[in-house]
Write a protein that binds this ligand. Structure first.
Ligand code: ATP
Ligand code: MG
Length: 342
């Protein structure tokens, strides 16, 4: 049975539907989302429209990922009775708010956003960046504010986007002469950016350096075996480096026995601890985290109609709320009323 959480503060996050979710999502955001269910009114947005901003050439992938990501949510423990899951492209208020917000942000500011700058570079867009991609911070501001969210549980890469959202919010409130929209804060965990298994940049769907939450036991083991460590640590007896060593970054993120990790780091630095032993420990931990997620996924896959129903119900509920915010913003910005009594 759905719980009545309408009086709680609102949390919103979303994921681009560009492929299956991975361990980066898990540490950066999903774990916090599972906890927020107990204290917040939470919405999760399957961001298929945003996925198109750099995947317009591959709509099949974007479309297929919608159910895939929704299944990932349910598999990690998102409970549809406590959290509303919805599909971005079925919420027209988000598109309309985006259009209005674009008047409250400059092209120069969009181009200066450090996350957008990095992503344009990683995708080698140069000046040929799709306008939709450059402008997606305004669309994200629309997503967050449409739900009147004040908390956004995200990885570190999203902080500049929340900052930009708040700038737009302040401009709109100033223009309206009253507080129409709330500002939001990013809830970033201690490890806010999980590197890819290649040790380069962050783990990311578009970089091909992920361990998906749906990985099989074999895939997990192979990924851990391939993980980047200290290239100068050739023999177990050699002293090794822990900083920039992906296996230790992952132990920091996933191993709850902090004292044991500290001790392993000391032994590795001193010499006398081989990569194989550390990798074995990490493999055991990841297998243990992903096994129950895999089991739930199998149960969910048995009933695809259920996932569709969750999305239909969640989207209908979100439509009402986002239309209400759109109405308030239209009023605040002084758009013409065809029916002055309404
Ligand atoms: P894409 O490559 O298509 O951009 P992505 O892997 O970067 O995909 P997003 O859908 O952009 O994933 O991110 C969704 C959420 O997960 C965001 O809140 C983001 O901060 C978080 N996240 C993604 N990757 C990581 C990571 N490696 N470490 C921490 N958080 C992450
Ligand atoms: Mg991303």
């Amino acid at each position: 049975m759905p719980i009545d959480n309408t009086r709680r503060p609102v949390a919103l996050t979303g994921d681009r539907t560009t492929g299956p979710l991975h361990l980066g999502h898990y540490v950066g955001s999903l774990k916090n989302r599972v906890s927020l269910q107990a204290t917040h009114r939470q919405f999760l947005l399957l961001a298929d429209t945003q996925a198109l901003t750099d995947n317009a050439h591959d709509p099949a992938r974007v479309q297929q990922s919608v159910l895939e990501v929704a299944t990932d949510y349910l598999a990690v423990g998102i409970d549809p009775d406590q959290t509303t899951i919805c599909v971005q492209s079925h919420l027209p208020a988000l598109a309309e708010l985006t259009l209005l917000y674009l008047n409250f942000v400059t092209v120069a500011r969009l181009e200066r956003n450090p996350t957008i700058k990095d992503e344009i570079q990683a995708r080698r867009f140069g000046r040929n960046v799709p306008a939709g991609f450059l402008c997606y911070p305004a669309a994200q501001a629309a997503d967050i504010t449409a739900f009147m969210a004040t908390v956004v549980p995200v990885g570190e890469d999203q902080s500049p986007l929340i900052e930009q959202t708040n700038e737009i919010v302040r401009r709109i409130n100033r223009q309206a002469g009253r507080s129409v929209l709330p500002e939001a804060r990013a809830l970033v965990p201690e490890i806010g950016r999980l590197p890819g298994i290649d040790g380069k940049s962050k783990m990311s769907k578009s970089q091909g350096n992920t361990i998906p939450l749906s990985a099989s036991p074999d895939q997990i083991r192979t990924a851990v075996e391939r993980m980047f460590t200290d290239p100068k640590h050739l023999r177990a007896s050699d002293p090794g480096k822990v900083e920039g060593n992906v296996v230790f970054t992952y132990l920091d993120a996933f191993d709850e026995d902090r004292a044991a990790v500290r001790e392993l780091k000391e032994r590795y630095r001193r010499g006398g601890l081989g990569d194989v032993a550390v990798k074995r420990r990490l493999n055991d931990i990841l297998q243990e985290i992903l096994a129950p997620i895999r089991a739930r996924r199998i149960a969910i896959a048995d009933d695809p109609e259920h996932v569709l129903k969750v999305l239909r119900d969640g989207t209908a509920q979100s439509r009402a709320l986002t239309q209400e915010t759109l109405g308030n913003v239209r009023d605040a910005l002084g758009l013409f009323k065809l029916d002055p009594s309404g």
